[in-house]
Structures are given as structure tokens and as C-alpha cells.
Design a protein around this ligand. Structure first.
Ligand code: SF4
Length: 677
């Protein structure tokens, strides 16, 4: 009999059916509404995660002198882990130990990990790789609307709008089943606008494509709002009834005439005017941002600027219109709601809110005063590892930091400076390879748990196959560590039990899961927390109004100069997912390795042709990969995919002041044809 479950990868969480006991067979689950049976190449090939020889099935410890790995028993491994954690805390206090999670962990795991940190370890030092995914949109959403739910409406609402503006999203390549909504929208006469420095496969489905200089999306939004004001297209009644702050925002966009926008963004003033006219004349406009707009040191202000456009047009809360963020990681939404973030308790509560602390401490059966305060953000936490003031031991779940962290050479050195690095993983990832202890855990179809997709729809990944002997679930590992640490709080290992506890802990919080159960999810094809559509009549701020916040264009933290004369941007390819720890090992997915995409004008200056080796250098590192010469990228910009070691050795660790998002999407680089100087 087939098990109905969901894809192991991205935030669409496509439904699929699995059969088979050891290696599953994937088939379509047409009734699941999000993807209606469609899957991308990664989803169809998901069974390839099983049956490979690389799967870890025994705990391993590494000799730091010889570098040799030795298989040990679970008891031995856990005893070593806990002795190391205790030693670090004896030397440095509770914050001597850090915990690092991931946006791919189930809600249950994210919740249990946060509880392990705050209750069993008493450390404030916990954050996760989702900080690098959507934190800028989350920060902006909370400030503007009082609530962060990536899409406040079902994704299918895209088909009902008149103009869809995609800012920094390559949706057709990163989540192909979602691209059918673009096709249907256009079939009924709607228009798609794509804003991206690269002309991606998503642009092939667009009516208007704008290719700004990386890091200037904010200036474009300011310029559009300037023109909308001039055209009298602003919805004054909506602004008066549903928002605050419009006067300051209106004043702030006055100096952003189209020619100034052209100078900053590289987009011709005529094109800016064309887009403004399209927006001004459309009854329903929907703006969706993704990593291209958000992964900047100005990411949260950029999102606020686009939210201001949507609010000024009176679109937010209107059916088939509004603003949303296309979250990336599988549990990018749920992973940011239940306590693995440095400043957060379950239910999207703030850890510095006394009422939130009292509620969650009550569920956990501990004194609220025993809970630590906020800790460091992801990059700052990693950068502190092994320093006098930072943690000297770290536990990592669901993250391949060595590949995915910005300024990765520096981060790897910090991880190597730890006295103890413990990694829970299914394979010997690049991060596991530098750990002291690796704990082999179950994955995807071997375990049950909930994920919250990009729409805020809580879905159930159900266990379909038997895990290999020797592995344990992350929940069992967390419970075993807590028990060895002598925690008085209980740590359940049954996912449904953990989910029920999560529901109680989240009750009354911004992301309240208390009425959601596994049975409801099965019966209803997923359950939206907070309701299917949000903001129809009020926003989540106490007065029910959205906040319009005036923001300024600041530009990228690092701009090209004589030494590093081009922009470098990073992103994804269809066949790979995130750090590639899973997908690079799936035989049915092509793994051609990294490449450097550049325009013929730039390639010509270097004498480069497709396939020839090119070295890319920034102030932080260097990598070499084959060139791909394409006309679809700006001549002043190069692109490198981040699924392999290398791209993030180059990226900038400049952080957004509000979200602490690193500037993955733009820095200054120089190129050299290898062998030609
Ligand atoms: Fe999986 Fe995302 Fe592809 Fe759907 S679009 S099959 S969730 S990787």
C-alpha cells in the first residue's frame, strides 16, 4: 500500500506517494492541491537518497592527530558528546555550548532542539541556517504586518492576480511545479514581471523582464512608488483606513525620479515608467520576493520597500493580490516558528517577552527565570566559535555549514577551532568530515514529522520505509543527550507526542498550532496555521493597521572597484538542492559541478570560451570552475551556483542590521582565465 507523504526538498513540499520497504518508489499524489501530482526532477529522483553506499549507519569518532575515523557504540558516542558538552560548560558557563539547526528539520525536531538548548543545556547560543534563507522577509513582515507568514494566501492565488511581480525569484527553475500558475495566469490575460540580474527560465514566462544591478532592488521599488504617487495611482482610502506611516513614505520617495533610478539600478527610465504604468492600471497586483531581493545587507529594507508598493496600491489583504515571500528550504516557514532561532520561543514568541517565557516555561515545567535570553545570530555565532568569548563545543543538526555559510573559509576555521564539534547527519557531509563525533540519523521517508510549506500549510511527512539498522532519529538523539545531561524536563521521541506538546507551547502565540493535529492534517490535505488567507480585514499589530516604514537605498556593502571590477551573485540550479549533501549523491540527478556564468562581452575581454577554466576571486577567497558564456546575464555580473564547496568562500559576511542576513547575493569579484594570468 502506498504512503502519502511529501518531497524531501524545497518549501513547496509537493505531495507524493511512496511504495516499497527499503528503497521507496515515487508516484504521483494527484489529490494533493499544491502540486496536483506534478514533481520536479529532484522530487521524481528522491528515491535515490536510498540504497547508496555512503549512508552512515554507525556513530563515528575522529582522531584529531591521525584524522582517522573509528566506529563506536551509541552509548560510547553519546557519553563522549555529553562529556565534551559538560567540559565546555564547566570552563565557560552555559553559553560555552552552541546548537545549530536547519530549515529542513521537521517542526518537531526544531521545537525539540530549541528545548534542548534552553532547558537541558541552558544555553542562549542557538541559531540555524534558516537565518540565511528568509530572515530579511521575516523581519520585514513582522515590522510591516505584525506577523511573518511567507505567503499569507495559497500559492494558487497567483492565478487570480492581474500583474505578478517576482523580485529575485527563479521560481520556474527552483520549484517547477509552481510555474504552472504563471502559465495559467498568462492564459487568462494576466501579466508576469520578472526582476532579476539574470534572465532565468522564469523570465521565459514573463511579459516584462528587468535586469537590475545586483543589490539595487530597493531603489527600483522607491522609483516605482515615486511614479505611482505622481500618477495618482495610490489608494488613499486604503492607506487612511488600514495603514500608518504613509506621509513619511510618500516624502521619502519624492527624490526617486526615473532617471535617478536608472543611474542606480541600470534599468532604463523608460522601463521603470513602463512597469509603473502597468501597476497603476491593474486592479490586482501581487508582489513576491525571494532570495535575490532578500539575501543582502539591505534585505529587510528592500522587502519593506516592496511591501510599501503593495500597500500603497491597496493590495494587501485583497483576494488575488498583495505581498508574499517565496520561502526556500523545505521547512523554511515552520523552522522559523518553533524555537531554534536565537531570539525566539515556540509559536513565534519572543524570548525576551516575560509573558511568552512564563507560558513556555509552564509547558516545559521549568522556572521562567531559568530560560536564557537571546543569543547570537547564525553567522555571528559561527564566527565566535572557539574564541575566548564564544562557545567551545557545538551540536549541529540538519545543516552543512562548510558549504552553505558565507565567507566559508573563515567559518570553517572557526569550526575547526572548537574543542568539540558534533554533527548529526545521514552522510559524511563536508561539515561532518571535520567533526569530532558524527551521529548517524534517520532521514525523510524513514520517519514521521510535520513541515510547514511556503504557504503556511502544515503538512505531514509520513514514515514509509524501514531505516537501516544502526541509525536513530534526531528526536531520539536529542532525548538521549538531555537525559545524560540530567534534564528534569521530559523529551518525547514519538513525533506525534512532540507535535502535541509543540501545539501547547505555541498556543496563544503568533504562530499558534494548538488546534492542528496529525489527523486533521491527513483529513484536510494540510492545515494552514492562522487560516487560509490573512490580512483581509486587519493586520496583526495591536491597532490592526499595517506599518509603512520609510527606507533608504544604501547599496551593496561591497561594490566593484579597480581591483575587483565585477559583481558576483550566487544561486541555484534545477537538479541540486541547497548544499547538495543529498542531491549530489543521487545518481539520477546530473552533477556537473560548479560553473561560472558570464556575458560574452566580459568573456571576450578575458579571452574565455565556454568550458575553459576561470578563476573567481574576492577579498575572502578564490575558486576555479569552467566558464559558461551566456547572453542572459548582465555584462557586469558573474553568477556561481552555491551547491558545491567554493561559491561561499567568495561571498560577503556583511549582515543586514535588522535580520542579520549575510549578503550572499552580491559582492565585488575579479576573474582570470586560468593559465593566461
Ligand atoms: Fe520537491 Fe520542491 Fe521539486 Fe516539489 S518543487 S518536487 S518540493 S524539490
Amino acid at each position: 500500500m502506498a504512503t502519502e507523504t511529501h518531497c524531501p526538498y524545497c518549501s513547496l513540499q509537493c505531495g507524493m506517494r511512496l511504495t516499497g520497504r527499503r528503497v521507496p518508489e515515487v508516484s504521483a499524489w494527484e489529490e494533493f492541491p499544491v502540486n496536483a501530482g506534478a514533481l520536479c526532477r529532484k522530487g521524481w529522483a528522491a528515491a535515490g537518497l536510498y540504497g547508496g553506499r555512503e549512508r552512515l549507519t554507525s556513530p563515528l569518532v575522529r582522531d584529531r592527530v591521525t584524522g582517522e575515523w573509528t566506529a563506536v557504540s551509541w552509548d560510547d558516542a553519546l557519553d563522549r558528546v555529553v562529556a565534551g558538552l559538560r567540559g565546555a560548560q564547566a570552563e565557560k558557563g552555559p553559553d560555552g555550548v552552541a546548537v545549530f539547526g536547519g530549515g529542513g528539520l521537521t517542526n518537531e525536531k526544531a521545537y525539540a532542539l530549541g528545548k534542548l538548548a534552553r532547558v537541558a543545556l541552558g544555553t542562549s547560543q542557538i541559531d540555524y541556517n534558516g537565518r540565511w534563507c528568509m530572515s530579511s522577509a521575516a523581519s520585514a513582515g513582522i515590522r510591516a504586518f505584525g506577523l511573518d507568514r511567507g505567503l499569507p494566501f495559497p500559492l494558487a492565488d497567483v492565478e487570480e492576480t492581474d500583474v505578478l511581480v517576482l523580485v529575485g525569484s527563479n521560481l520556474a527553475e527552483t520549484m517547477p511545479p509552481a510555474a504552472r500558475h504563471l502559465d495559467r495566469l498568462r492564459a487568462r490575460g494576466g501579466r508576469v514581471v520578472v526582476i532579476d540580474p539574470r534572465r532565468t527560465p522564469t523570465a521565459d514566462r514573463a511579459d516584462l523582464v528587468l535586469q537590475p544591478v545586483p543589490g539595487t532592488d530597493l531603489a527600483l521599488a522607491l522609483g516605482l512608488l515615486h511614479l505611482l504617487v505622481a500618477a495618482g495611482a495610490v489608494d488613499e482610502d486604503y492607506l487612511a483606513a488600514r495603514t500608518t506611516g504613509w506621509a513619511e513614505v510618500e516624502e521619502s520617495v519624492a527624490p526617486w525620479w526615473p532617471e535617478r533610478v536608472e543611474r542606480v539600478t541600470g534599468i532604463e527610465a523608460a522601463e521603470v515608467r513602463e512597469l509603473a504604468a502597468v501597476l497603476a492600471g491593474s486592479p490586482r497586483v501581487m508582489v513576491l520576493t525571494a532570495r535575490g531581493a532578500e539575501q543582502h545587507s539591505t534585505g529587510s529594507d528592500t522587502v519593506l520597500a516592496w511591501i510599501n508598493v503593495a500597500l500603497a496600491l491597496g493590495m494587501v489583504g485583497k483576494r488575488g493580490a498583495g505581498y508574499g515571500c517565496l520561502t526556500g528550504q523545505g521547512n523554511g516557514q515552520g523552522g522559523r516558528e518553533h524555537g531554534q532561532k536565537a531570539d525566539q520561543l515556540p509559536g513565534y514568541r519572543r524570548i525576551d517577552d516575560p509573558a511568552a517565557r512564563a507560558h513556555v516555561a509552564g509547558v516545559w515545567g521549568v522556572d521562567p527565570d531559568s530560560l536564557p535570553g537571546p543569543g547570537r545570530s547564525a553567522y555571528e555565532l559561527l564566527d565566535a566559535c572557539g574564541t575566548d568569548d564564544g562557545p567551545s563545543a557545538m551540536l549541529v543538526l540538519g545543516s552543512n555549514i562548510v558549504v552553505s555559510a558565507p565567507n566559508a573559509t573563515q567559518v570553517t576555521a572557526r569550526l575547526e577551532a572548537l574543542d568539540l564539534l558534533v554533527v548529526c547527519d545521514v552522510v559524511m557531509s563536508e561539515t561532518a568530515a571535520i567533526a569530532d563525533v558524527v551521529l548517524p540519523v534517520t532521514q525523510w521517508a524513514e520517519e514521521t514529522g510535520t513541515m510547514t510549506n511556503l504557504e503556511g500549510r502544515v503538512v505531514l511527512r509520513q514514515k514509509a520505509i524501514t531505516p537501516p539498522s544502526g541509525v536513530r532519529s534526531d528526536l531520539e538523539v536529542i532525548a538521549a543527550i538531555a537525559e545524560r545531561l540530567g534534564s528534569t524536563a521530559t523529551f518525547a521521541t514519538d513525533p506525534e507526542e512532540v507535535f502535541a506538546e509543540l501545539g501547547r507551547a505555541s498556543a496563544g502565540g503568533p504562530a499558534d498550532y494548538s488546534t492542528i493535529t496529525y489527523d486533521r492534517i491527513r483529513d484536510e490535505g494540510g492545515v494552514f496555521w492562522g487560516g487560509e488567507r490573512l490580512f483581509a480585514s486587519s493586520f496583526a499589530h495591536a491597532d490592526g493597521r499595517a506599518r509603512m516604514l520609510a527606507v533608504e537605498h544604501r547599496g551593496a556593502a561591497e561594490v566593484p572597484d579597480d581591483d575587483y571590477p565585477v559583481h558576483l551573485t550566487t544561486g541555484r540550479v534545477l537538479a541540486q538542492y541547497q548544499s547538495g549533501a543529498q542531491t549530489r549523491r543521487v545518481r539520477d540527478l546530473p552533477d556537473d559541478g560548479p560553473f561560472v556564468e558570464l556575458h560574452p562581452l566580459l568573456a571576450g575581454r578575458l579571452g574565455l570560451a565556454t568550458g575553459e577554466a576561470v578563476q573567481v576571486s574576492t577579498r575572502r577567497g578564490t575558486m576555479t570552475a569552467p566558464a559558461r558564456v551566456v547572453t542572459t546575464i548582465r555584462p557586469d555580473t558573474v553568477f556561481v551556483p552555491f551547491h558545491w564547496v567554493g561559491a561561499n568562500r567568495l561571498t560577503n559576511d556583511a549582515l543586514d542590521p535588522a535580520s542579520r542576513m549575510p549578503e550572499f547575493k552580491v559582492c565585488a569579484a575579479r576573474l582570470a582565465a586560468v593559465g593566461r594570468g
